[in-house]
Write a protein that binds this ligand. Structure first.
Ligand SMILES: [Zn+2]
Ligand SMILES: [Zn+2]
Length: 401
């Protein structure tokens, strides 16, 4: 729901229980989650339960493990002694989950450890109202040497990537696969393009014509994803405006929404040049921590993205886009309202049309905007940055006048 009014669920309804008693539904609130994570099921370096536990104990409400072209539902063993990192991972795994839970065997004199399936990890870590694991996959493909990676969240069966005749077609045919799965399963499966600037694989020009593509990563915590662009190529955030301006200047253009994710792979070191967890996440506005509700909220655009700025409210009502920032003591915030105005030049795409240092910034739509979105930057350094000089930021979804 673009142009949604997040945080303004005024209707009070009553849920009838089987017993005939009624119960008022939970009040909507923000739930924090990461939808891009790798474990030993692909090229991450830790066991899935350890990773889920990392997120759970740090206040995350939900998590999707998104392995390269894999869903964790088969029997798989890994070498316990592959290298120093693996030995450390096994040691920590045993210490945290115990000998009764961790499954080991000897194979030709080598110790093996079994990777638990998603259902097993869920049985151990999921907790009603506290932590929810959602299935996922990173559909990992390329066109020639250009990587085209797309996450699909809440799918039960693997999607094997198929070829397209260009980068654009590769996105399109694979997004269509996701749409088909969604239709067939009746589940809300959400898919987004990952890290467009990774190996400079996907440009705004490639993305804009793919109407099937409704989401992309405005922030990916992997330090190899050229988040800031370079001298000649735009930043990942700039790509958002380029796609939005291109699409929305046509009738019935499909907006693009932006997610922040970790793309975490390394869990045993903390270094700027490693893809470690805890860098970027989304905050989803829902009543309950339940897969359908979380997925429907994301699908409808009822979420914002963050690397450390917390919002308690994002609303769009009567032509006013308004935010409430949960300010921290000693930290200052700057909100920029970013828009592309109708009939503006190419250079004016994604221009800052309003700016505020208030904790309750607002922007009144003039009607001359194709779209407006907000970015809040704080003066606080990111505690675990993926690039030099990174500060805590939040991004809200574009609204269409
Ligand atoms: Zn990727
Ligand atoms: Zn990834």
């Amino acid at each position: 729901m673009l142009g949604c009014s997040v945080g303004t669920f005024a209707t009070v309804c009553v849920v009838l229980l089987a017993s005939g008693e009624s119960k008022a539904p939970a009040k909507a609130r923000y739930f924090k989650g990461n939808l891009h994570t790798h474990s030993l099921w692909s090229d991450g370096d830790d066991f899935p339960e350890m990773i889920a536990d990392w997120y759970k104990t740090r206040g995350y409400d939900f998590l999707a493990l998104t392995e390269h072209n894999t869903i964790a539902n088969s029997v798989r063993w890994v070498d316990a002694e592959k290298d120093e990192t693996r030995r450390l991972a096994v040691k920590k795994y045993l210490a945290r989950f115990g000998h009764d839970w961790v499954e080991r065997k000897q194979d030709q004199g080598k110790e093996q450890v079994r990777l638990k399936k998603l259902a097993e990890v869920q049985s151990k870590l999921d907790e009603p109202g506290k932590f929810l694991m959602i299935s996922g996959e990173e559909i990992t493909h390329s066109f020639q040497k250009l990587p085209v990676h797309m996450n699909a969240i809440n799918l039960k069966e693997i999607i094997r990537p198929v070829d397209g005749a260009s980068v654009t077609e590769t996105m399109r045919v694979n997004q269509r696969q996701v749409a088909e799965k969604r239709k067939k399963s009746g589940e809300t499966i959400v898919s987004f393009l990952n890290h467009p600037n990774f190996v400079w694989g996907v440009s705004a020009k490639d993305m804009a014509p793919v109407d099937e593509l409704r989401f992309y990563e405005v922030y990916n915590g992997h330090p190899g994803t050229n988040q800031q662009g370079d001298g000649t190529r735009p930043s990942v955030e700039r790509i958002w405006d380029l796609v939005l301006a291109n699409r929305l200047s046509f009738p019935r253009g499909v907006p693009l929404m932006g997610l922040a994710t970790d793309d975490s792979h390394n869990y045993h070191v903390k270094a700027m040049n490693k893809p470690t967890p805890g860098r970027g996440w989304i905050m989803v506005w829902a009543r309950e921590l339940e897969t359908r509700q979380i997925m429907e909220a994301i699908d409808g655009g009822d979420f914002y993205s963050s690397t450390g700025v917390t919002l308690s409210h994002v609303g769009y009502k009567n032509g006013v886009l308004s935010l409430k920032i949960e300010g921290e003591v000693g930290v200052s915030y700057k909100t920029e309202f970013i828009a592309t105005l109708k009939e503006s030049s190419e250079e004016a795409i994604g221009a800052v049309v309003g700016s505020s240092e208030s904790l309750e910034p607002a922007y009144k739509i003039s009607g001359n905007e194709w779209y407006v979105r907000a970015r809040v930057t704080s003066n606080q350094a990111h505690p675990n940055p993926s690039f030099k000089g990174e500060v805590c930021t939040a991004w809200t979804q574009p609204v269409l006048p």
